[in-house]
Design a protein around this ligand. Structure first.
Ligand SMILES: Cc1cc2nc3c(=O)[nH]c(=O)nc-3n(C[C@H](O)[C@H](O)[C@H](O)COP(=O)(O)O)c2cc1C
Ligand code: SF4
Length: 678
């Protein structure tokens, strides 16, 4: 390991970073009152303790009140932030991890109806598509005020004992000045590139006056907007050179692309099915030409790619940000020669998509991330070994089996199918979502290493379970598609699983009625549309795919915006009947008493999942707790102790979609928080 280029220290000015792995700035939306309190600290400390070189905390920490957070960011304009940042910094420093913070003014990338309801401000009146605020164009007094705000915030961060700061430029106020697309100002802040950069250099000079020469200051920016009329790669090179030549900054953190639209953001931060490390060579070219400390991160999910980024000299520090959300202990596992145990980031982007919907960033298959104060990343051994039977080897069942195995229990999994994975396996039928199988494969490998026994092709009956003489039975049998919705003609429709599994081939003229708004509908739509069938996707909701969040929708739209596909929101399928060789679908709406019709040859429905839990109900009378869960104990992390029947039966629990139709994260969280205390 000593020769691993990833583990070589890196000297940045006076600071020695102990290895080349960093978290690029990412706001997981964990602040409380805009301050990084206990959870925030615990999140970073978990990764520091495992050996991370540098953590760039926050993401878009706001320097001014007219940059109200769009996703619960740290408020760097508050004086109260200083002790909280200090505490976080000290706690990470104890483990030798350097700590910096990203500061920003969002400019037009926010809304006026948040925070103090101040006007959004930018270098033009042009609206950003994603956040939709029409900004005020900055005046002279705004510019003076904003420069002061940046400097004040930097001074607070310096006072907090951080190792440095990074100014976030791309898509935010700074590069709204830089880009010809978003700067309609006159001189001295509009016009040629030097004028458009003037605001940034004014800010940097003001910051230097406050924090001195020693404090580390960097800029994260796009080296090519990849937009007609926007900043080009040659502009990016010129900007990089000017940043270096200014003597005001100590490192460059390079991204490529634009983030003003969902598709743009998704190209900057690629999700599953998109190429790995797409901007690494670009960042490497900037480093080669400018010859200055360069950081970069964009879909570097595996250690081999990160190692290549460093070994090839493309960049000096490499970000593995979402990878560390999935597994906070990457560096420790590299050092200990346990790379194959790293829980893979599968690019599901549940983390990032959630923050744009007002939630905290959670990892689709690591339920301890973002819950470090209550959920363990390392499972402790149980005081007493128990025999645990898990029924079902989908994500919930396998997580239950894995955690029970880590606890040191004797674990048997009974799976009805010939392989593991449940709905995740179905999802992964899509080439674009194949990475989802990492959720299953990682658990299968961990289960094998832990001696968990998995028996396939076993449709568990009560007798099978009783024969195992279990102490605990966990029913994780998932569900099946709900089918009984159209009042007439249910037997004439097929469901999305039929299409996804390949059991039913797509028709030629297809109506896909999506009442659930989840991935199953869009994935089935992709399969159907690819055959050139005429496809109408109908939903009673205000918008289609209500459960698929912003960045996840992008690849679907890229494959479905084609002439043979139409979208029809706000209409409802009422009935289906046969009419000769065709099907006649009757359509209504929740808004009006309509009666429209469609003549097609196939109706595909998506009504969500019905729990499949017969075995649970059959086992209830044999159990000590009758299946009851004490929610208070579950929430605070106490072992379950309910007795409803005689006390000598096994404990019985039901998790995941076998309880109610939810998602993969919920299934895995159900399992982790129950089983960690068994
Ligand atoms: C939850 C989350 C929030 C993020 N917020 C920011 C941010 O505020 N500023 C920023 O520059 N990048 C932000 N990012 C982008 C990351 O810094 C990084 O560029 C991106 O995740 C790609 O790197 P990765 O593939 O290693 O995750 C965020 C990423 C995530 C996952
Ligand atoms: S939610 Fe998906 S993209 Fe985000 S960290 Fe987890 S596995 Fe990676």
């Amino acid at each position: 390991m000593a020769n691993d280029p990833l583990l070589h220290p890196y000297r940045l000015k006076h600071l020695t970073l102990k290895n080349r792995l960093m978290l690029t700035s990412h706001e997981p939306a964990y602040p409380e009152d805009g301050l990084p309190k206990a959870l925030y600290r615990a999140y970073h400390v978990e990764r520091a303790r495992a050996g991370l070189g540098l953590t760039m905390t926050a993401g878009s920490a706001a320097v001014a009140k007219d940059s109200p957070p769009v996703f619960n960011n740290i408020l760097a304009y508050k004086d109260e932030v200083v002790p909280w940042i200090s505490e976080l910094t000290d706690a990470c420093h104890e483990h030798g991890t350097a700590v910096m913070i990203q500061l920003t003014h969002l400019g037009r990338r926010t809304r006026w109806d948040k925070g103090d309801w101040l006007p959004a401000v930018s270098a033009s009146h042009r609206r950003e598509a994603s956040h939709r605020a029409f900004p005020k164009q900055v005046e002279d007094w705004d510019i003076e005020r904003l420069i002061r705000d940046y400097a004040d915030a930097a001074e607070r961060m310096h006072a907090a004992g951080l190792d440095g700061i990074e100014l976030q430029a791309y898509g935010h106020l700074m590069d709204q000045f830089w880009s010809p697309l978003t700067n309609t100002l006159e001189e001295p802040y509009g016009g040629d590139l030097d004028n458009r950069l003037r605001f940034t250099f004014d800010v940097l000079r003001a910051i230097r006056q406050r924090v001195g020469e020693e404090f580390i200051v960097g800029v994260r920016y796009t080296g090519d907007e990849m937009l007609p009329g926007g900043l080009t790669a040659s502009d990016g090179m010129a900007i990089s050179q000017r940043l270096k030549d200014s003597g005001l900054v100590d490192f460059l953190n390079v991204v490529r692309g634009h983030i003003d639209t969902d598709p743009g953001l998704t190209d900057v931060i690629p999700i599953q099915g998109m190429p790995s490390a797409p901007h690494l060579d670009f960042a490497g070219e900037i480093r080669r030409q400018v010859d200055f400390p360069t950081f970069h991160g964009a879909k570097i999910q595996d250690v081999a790619t990160a190692r290549h980024a460093i070994a090839s000299g493309k960049v000096d520090m490499i970000g593995m940000t979402r990878a560390h959300m999935a597994d906070p202990h990457i560096v420790r596992k590299i050092v200990e020669g346990r790379e194959e145990e790293i829980r893979p980031c599968v690019g599901a982007n549940y983390c990032l998509d959630r923050i744009y919907q007002g939630g905290a960033a959670y990892c689709i298959h690591n339920a301890a991330t973002g819950r470090e104060t209550t959920m363990p990343h390392t499972i402790s051994k149980a005081a007493q070994k128990r025999r645990i039977v898990v029924i079902g080897a989908g994500p919930a069942g396998l997580e239950a089996a894995r955690v029970a195995g880590e606890r040191g229990h004797e674990v048997v999994v009974l799976e009805a199918a010939s392989d593991a994975g449940g709905q995740v396996r179905l999802t992964a039928q899509s080439e674009r979502r194949r990475e989802m199988m990492g959720i299953i494969d990682w658990r299968l490998e961990r289960c094998e290493a832990l001696g968990v026994e998995i028996r396939y092709n076993v449709w568990a009956e009560v007798e099978d379970v009783l024969q195992e003489n279990p102490d605990v039975v966990i029913v994780a049998t998932g569900g099946y598609p709900m089918e009984d919705q159209p009042t007439v003609g249910s037997d004439l429709v097929v469901n999305t699983w039929d299409i996804l599994s390949g059991h039913v081939p797509p028709g030629k003229r297809v109506l896909l009625f999506d009442d659930a708004g989840d991935h199953a509908a869009m994935q089935a739509a992709e399969v159907i549309a690819a055959t050139e069938a005429e496809l109408e996707i109908m939903t009673p909701d205000r918008t289609f795919s209500a459960e698929i969040m912003a960045m996840n929708l992008v690849p679907y739209m890229r494959s479905l915006q084609r002439p043979n596909v139409t979208f029809t929101p706000t209409y409802r399928l009422k009935s289906v009947q046969r009419d000769g060789s065709e099907l006649l679908a009757r359509i209504t709406s929740d808004y009006l008493d309509l009666d429209h019709e469609r003549r097609i040859d196939q109706v595909v429905v998506n009504y969500g999942i019905t729990p499949m839990a017969d075995i649970y109900f059959e086992l209830k009378p044999h159990s000590s707790n009758g299946g009851e869960v004490n929610y208070e104990d579950l929430i605070v992390g106490r072992p379950q102790a309910v007795i409803r029947n005689s006390g000598d039966g096994f404990q019985l629990f039901r998790i995941g979609d076998a309880v109610e139709s939810r998602n993969t994260h919920a299934a895995i969280y159900d399992a982790l928080r129950l089983v960690k205390d068994l």
